[in-house]
Design a protein around this ligand. Structure first.
Ligand SMILES: [Fe+2]
Length: 290
């Protein structure tokens, strides 16, 4: 049983439109959706957090409308989780459990976990689980024990086509880029322990705005590039450079070589234009020194 997923993340749309760096995430999202309009046989769209740059209901609603329209045209579901920029009130008001059928109606079963918007749905045999790693006011993420216990209970019974787990903060980092460890999911070994030996096919994340694959125990982890901006490893290791150029991933599950991750980038003449360079440990703008 094969599934093809369009994985988006970090749209960063605000109540007034642009993000805190002045970038129009909704325009980036619409351009990307236009460029992927001919990608065949999509079964599902996943958006792994930082939906709203300012945590607003309006930002989440704008993204849900754009993605929902694309999904409705194809008759496929669309699923969202929270990111560090989101606020649970705004997310819930616009997106509920975060799981929508092609008709825009909720298909998610919300976890009974206080202070977290975790949910699950089953899409043509594939179990889709969204987790909530948001800590209000913080950049890094964490999964509470209640949420991990709920996840473990959900995974006790295998799904016909296995499961995917979607959360904003990657449970992996890169040793050569020291600041990454402070902004990703803390205590990743707890999540590793829960998913080990289960039917989870892949753990799908965002947050870093750059594409990155790794392994959490026996499970593949994929970090999709950002929609609003992309970050890569070409800046000196103490700095982060964000550039324009919306990215996304096509993920193929269930085939003989699965999971497979194919990244693509929107065809924008502005792609590669620098948006910011800063030192993530001090917050200092480093554009003039770079
Ligand atoms: Fe982000």
């Amino acid at each position: 049983m094969a599934h093809r997923v369009l994985h988006l993340s970090d749209t960063h749309v605000s109540r007034t439109g642009p993000d805190e760096d002045g970038v129009d995430g909704l325009a980036a999202l619409n351009g990307l959706l236009y460029d992927v309009r001919r990608v065949p046989e999509l079964d599902l769209i996943v958006v792994s957090g930082d939906i709203a740059d300012d945590g607003s209901e309006e930002g989440c609603t704008a993204v849900r409308r754009a993605v929902g329209e694309f999904a409705a045209e194809r008759g496929i579901p669309h699923v969202y989780c929270t990111g560090n920029h989101d606020r649970r009130e705004g997310f819930t008001a616009a997106l509920g459990s975060g799981h929508f059928g092609p008709d825009g109606l909720s298909i998610g079963r919300r976890a009974d976990v206080a202070g977290a918007i975790a949910a699950v749905s089953e899409i043509a045999g594939l179990r889709v689980i969204t987790l909530d790693s948001l800590i209000p006011g913080e950049t890094h993420g964490v999964l509470g024990d209640d949420q991990l216990d709920w996840l473990a209970a959900e995974l006790e019974t295998p799904a016909p086509a296995g499961s995917i787990v979607v959360l904003h903060h990657p449970p992996i980092s890169v040793d050569a880029i020291p600041y990454l460890e402070s902004v990703v999911l803390q205590e990743p070994e707890k999540l590793a322990g829960v998913v080990a030996g289960t039917d989870v096919q892949a753990v799908l994340c965002g947050h870093l705005h750059h594409q990155l694959s790794g392994r959490l125990g026996d499970k593949p982890v994929w970090v999709t590039p950002g929609v609003v901006t992309r970050v890569d490893l070409t800046a000196p290791s103490a700095l982060v450079r964000g550039v324009l150029g919306a990215g996304a991933t096509i993920i193929d599950l269930g085939g003989p070589f699965a999971p497979m991750f194919h990244t693509l980038h929107a065809r924008s003449p502005q792609a590669g234009t620098e948006v910011y360079v800063y030192n993530p440990l001090t917050g200092a703008d480093a554009a003039e020194n770079f």
